[in-house]
Design a protein around this ligand. Structure first.
Ligand code: FEO
Ligand code: CA
Ligand code: CA
Length: 716
C-alpha cells in the first residue's frame, strides 16, 4: 500500500488495554531522550527462553546457506538482482486478459479494465497446471497466478495515471473516471507459462479472470444473514458486491486462494449528520473504531458519481428509513478474508466472516495434521492493532488436500471455528485470548454490546479491545516456518509508539533523521516470532526474530540485530517461507530509509525461538525487557533485490520446484506529482517501460519472475 496516506494505516484504537509489565514500567532513572537514539539498551545474557527451545518437531526443507552475493542498496530506477540471476517483467497493470481486448496504450486513454490486469499487484499464489490443463501440485512450467490488486496511485481523489489528463480532483467526480477506478481494484487470475527459458502470460487463456469491486460475493460464516449486513442490494444479507483493497494473500491446505481486505474503510463516505441520525445505533462506536468518522472525505469520492447504485453504495450514511433501502451497512460487507477457487472462473468468491473483520493483511496456515483443527494466523495492519488466529471446528482430513469441490472444503474448515487474539507477556510467554460468546469477558462486556457470534465476526476489533489484546506496531504478513512450525509476523513500523507505550513485544521508540525529516516511534519495524506446542494451543513462547534498522544505527539501542550494509532494511512487510528451500523471504514497504535506498527483498536462513537472549532497553525514565533472536550476519541474512524508485516490494510466490520466484513491484513512481502528468521527464519512475516492457512512459505496477541463470533453486 502507499506508505503515507490518510486512507491507510488508520490509528483508531482508543482502548486502554491492561499493561502487562507494570513493574518494569515504573522503574525510573531520569535519562534524557537522546536525539537519534531515543532509548538506551543493555545486553542481559541469555534469557529464560533458551531453556524452553526445542518444542516443535523438525521436518521439511532447510537450506543452510545463502549462495548469492548481496545486492547493494540503490536509489536508481531499476530492479537489481544478484549476479547469476535474471529478473523479467511478465504481467503489468492494464495487460489484456482475453484475445479481444486491445493492447494497453499506457497513456490514460485505456478502458475496459474489467478485462485487464488490475493495479497495485500485491499478495499472490501459484496454482500449477499439468500438460492437459488440469490442476497439479507439482507442475512448475505452466500455472496460474492468483493475485490481489490492492489500490491505485492517487492524489486528491484521482487515480491520476489512469486518466489522460490526470483526472478530476474535486467533487463530484465524473462517472467515466470512477468506472475505471472501480474496475482496477480486486483480484486477477492469469495463466503463465515457461518454455524453459522465458516466461510469458497467456493473454487468451480461458483460466484468466478478474474479480472487481462489482463482482458478486457470497457471505459465509456467522455474519451470514446478520442485521449488520442488510443492504438495498441484498436485504437477506447473504450476498454482497465486490472485494476491496486486497492486500496479503494465502493458500489454503485444500488448494484455494485467500485474500485479505485491508484499508477498505477509506473508500466510504457518510455525512457530518450521520452520527446524530443513528444516535441509538451501536454501530456509531464501531464506525469510529474502524476509521470512518462522520463527515470525513472518502479516498476517491466514488459516492459522487451519480444516483446509480454503483456510486450510491459508497455512501454508507443512514439516509433512508431502513437498512433495506440504503447502504448504511455496505461497509460491513468488507473487511474479511475472501476465498477464491482460482481454477474455476464461474465460481463466486466467499467472504469467510468467521475469520473476523479488520484491516486484514495476509493469511497463513499452520502445517496441517490429520485429526487436528486447521489453524490460520492473521495480522490487522494499522497502528496499535492486533495479531489473530483462527482455529477450525472441523478436524483435518488428509483426503481434503485434493477435494472434489474446493470451495466446499473452504466451507467445512473456515465457516465454523474460534477466533483468538494475541497477548504478549514480558517473560517471553503469551496467550491466545478467545473471542467468542463462551468468553464471559466478551459476552458480558460493558465496552460494547455483543449479542452473538455475528457481532464478534463484524465488530472483531472491539471484542479484541475488550479482552485486553496487546497493541502491536502494525501487524503485516505472517509466515509459518515449514521446518518447525514457528510463526513469524512482520510489524512494519509505528509512528504512534512512544517511549511511554513501549512494551516487551514492541520495545523500541526512537528518533531517526531522514533527509529533511525527523521520524519518531518504531521507525524501522521488527519481526516477532511465536512457538506453540501444537497450532491449536492457547499458549505460546515468543521472541523478536529481527529488529529492522539502518546499519549505522546504535547497536545497543536500535540496531539490535547487528545488521550491516549487506542486510540492513526498514519496514518489513511481506514475509513468506519457501516450501522448496525453507528460506524466509522478507519484503519492504518503506518510507523511512528511502533517502538511501529503494525498497527491497531479502532472504534469511531462519533460526528458532529462543536462539538469542534477553535485552533491557531504557526509555528515559523507564525500562523494558525484551527477547531478541540470534544476531544476524550476511551468512544467514542477505539482500536479494532492490526495486525501482517509489515502489514497494510485495507479494511473493514460487513454483513447486523452487526454480522460479514471482515478486510484485507495487506503485513505482508513487511520489510523482499529479501536476506533472503531462511531462514524463518529471515522473519519479518510468519503470517497467524503461526495462523494455510495454509502451508509454507512465510507471506501472508489475509482476516479475526471477530465475537463476544456471537453472538452480532460487537463493541456494
Ligand atoms: Fe497492504 Fe499492510 O499493507
Ligand atoms: Ca534515516
Ligand atoms: Ca503490505
Amino acid at each position: 500500500m502507499k506508505a503515507e496516506s490518510p486512507f491507510n494505516d488508520e490509528n483508531s484504537n482508543p482502548s486502554d488495554n491492561p499493561a502487562f509489565d507494570q513493574v518494569l514500567r515504573s522503574r525510573l532513572n531520569r535519562r534524557s531522550l537522546l536525539r537519534g537514539a531515543g532509548l538506551v539498551g543493555t545486553a542481559a545474557g541469555t534469557g529464560a527462553l533458551s531453556a524452553c527451545a526445542g518444542i516443535g518437531q523438525d521436518q521439511g526443507p532447510a537450506l543452510q546457506s545463502l549462495g548469492f552475493g548481496a545486492v547493494v542498496k540503490h536509489t536508481a530506477d531499476k530492479v537489481v538482482v544478484p549476479e547469476g540471476y535474471t529478473a523479467q517483467v511478465i504481467y503489468a497493470l492494464g495487460d489484456p486478459l482475453n484475445a479481444s481486448t486491445p493492447a494497453f496504450r499506457n497513456d490514460g486513454t485505456d478502458t475496459d479494465f474489467g478485462n485487464r490486469a488490475g493495479d497495485h499487484h500485491d499478495g499472490m499464489e501459484w496454482y500449477g497446471l499439468d500438460a492437459h490443463g488440469k490442476p497439479s501440485r507439482t507442475a512448475s512450467l505452466r500455472g496460474l497466478l492468483a493475485m490481489n490488486h490492492e489500490a491505485t496511485t492517487d492524489e486528491k481523489l484521482s487515480s491520476f495515471f489512469l486518466h489522460a489528463n490526470g483526472g478530476t480532483t474535486t467533487l463530484p467526480r465524473p462517472a467515466t473516471e470512477i468506472d475505471k477506478e472501480l474496475m482496477v481494484h480486486g483480484l486477477s487470475v492469469v495463466e503463465i507459462r515457461s518454455d524453459g527459458k522465458r516466461w510469458a502470460y497467456q493473454q487468451a487463456s480461458a483460466f484468466n479472470r478478474r474479480v472487481t469491486t462489482m463482482s458478486e460475493a457470497a457471505i459465509h460464516g456467522p455474519a451470514r444473514g446478520s442485521e449488520h449486513l442488510v443492504t438495498k442490494f441484498d436485504p437477506s444479507a447473504t450476498r454482497s458486491r465486490g472485494t476491496l483493497n486486497n492486500c496479503g494473500a494465502g493458500r489454503t491446505p485444500w488448494g484455494t486462494y485467500v485474500s485479505g481486505e485491508e484499508n477498505w474503510f477509506g473508500y466510504f463516505f457518510r455525512d457530518a449528520q450521520d452520527d446524530e441520525r443513528r444516535k441509538k445505533d451501536k454501530q456509531v462506536q464501531a464506525l469510529k473504531r474502524y476509521g470512518r468518522k462522520a463527515g470525513d472525505a472518502s479516498r476517491h469520492g466514488w459516492e459522487s458519481g451519480g444516483s446509480e447504485d454503483r456510486f450510491a453504495r459508497w455512501n454508507n450514511g443512514a439516509l433512508a428509513t431502513s437498512a433495506k433501502e440504503d447502504y448504511r451497512n455496505e461497509m460491513n460487507t468488507f473487511g474479511y478474508v475472501v476465498e477464491l477457487d482460482p481454477y474455476d472462473t464461474a465460481s463466486v468468491i466467499r467472504k469467510r466472516t468467521a475469520m473476523g473483520r479488520m484491516g486484514h493483511e495476509n493469511i497463513t496456515f499452520a502445517r496441517v495434521s490429520p485429526g487436528q483443527p486447521v489453524v490460520a494466523y492473521m495480522g490487522d495492519d494499522a497502528r496499535n492493532e492486533y495479531i489473530y488466529k483462527f482455529v477450525s471446528d472441523a478436524r483435518w482430513d488428509a483426503a481434503d488436500a485434493e477435494p472434489a469441490n474446493r470451495l466446499a472444503a473452504g466451507d467445512k474448515y473456515l465457516d465454523k471455528g474460534t477466533l483468538y487474539v494475541a497477548r504478549f507477556k514480558s517473560d517471553g510467554s503469551g496467550e491466545w485470548l478467545e473471542l467468542s460468546m463462551n468468553n464471559p469477558i466478551v459476552a458480558g462486556s460493558s465496552y460494547f454490546e455483543f449479542k452473538d457470534a455475528a457481532d464478534i465476526a463484524v465488530f472483531t476489533r472491539l471484542a479484541a479491545d475488550a479482552v485486553g489484546a496487546t497493541k502491536m506496531d502494525r501487524p503485516e504478513w505472517a509466515g509459518v516456518n515449514p521446518k518447525n512450525g514457528e510463526v513469524y509476523i512482520t510489524l512494519t513500523n509505528n509512528s504512534a509508539r512512544t517511549p511511554a507505550t513501549t512494551d516487551s513485544a514492541n520495545p523500541r521508540a526512537y528518533t531517526d533523521l531522514k533527509v529533511g525529516k525527523e521520524q519518531k516511534g518504531n521507525v524501522n519495524g521488527h519481526i516477532v516470532r511465536l512457538a506453540e506446542g501444537k497450532p491449536a494451543d492457547t499458549a505460546f513462547r515468543w521472541d523478536i526474530y529481527l529488529f529492522a534498522a539502518e546499519a549505522g544505527a546504535d547497536k545497543s539501542t536500535i540496531n539490535l540485530s547487528n545488521l550491516s550494509d549487506e542486510n540492513d532494511l526498514s519496514s518489513p512487510d511481506g514475509l513468506v517461507f519457501s516450501k522448496a528451500t525453507g528460506l524466509c523471504w522478507i519484503e519492504t514497504d518503506d518510507g523511512a530509509y528511502t533517502d538511501q535506498t529503494n525498497c527491497m527483498l531479502l532472504a534469511a536462513v531462519p533460526g528458532r525461538v529462543g536462539d538469542g537472549g534477553s535485552k533491557t532497553l531504557t526509555h528515559g525514565d523507564r525500562t523494558v525487557v525484551t527477547h531478541v533472536g540470534k544476531p544476524q550476519s550476511p551468512a544467514t541474512f542477505k539482500r536479494f533485490l532492490v526495486g525501482p524508485k517509489g515502489a514497494e516490494i510485495t507479494g511473493i510466490t514460487e513454483t513447486p520446484d523452487g526454480r522460479a520466484l514471482f515478486v510484485n513491484i507495487q506503485h513505482p513512481g508513487e511520489n510523482t506529482k499529479m501536476a506533472d502528468i503531462g511531462d514524463a521527464a518529471k515522473y519519479e519512475s518510468r519503470w517497467p517501460a524503461n526495462a523494455g516492457y510495454g509502451p508509454g512512459q507512465r510507471p506501472r505496477t508489475a509482476t516479475i519472475v526471477i530465475t537463476k541463470n544456471d537453472g538452480g533453486m532460487i537463493g541456494g
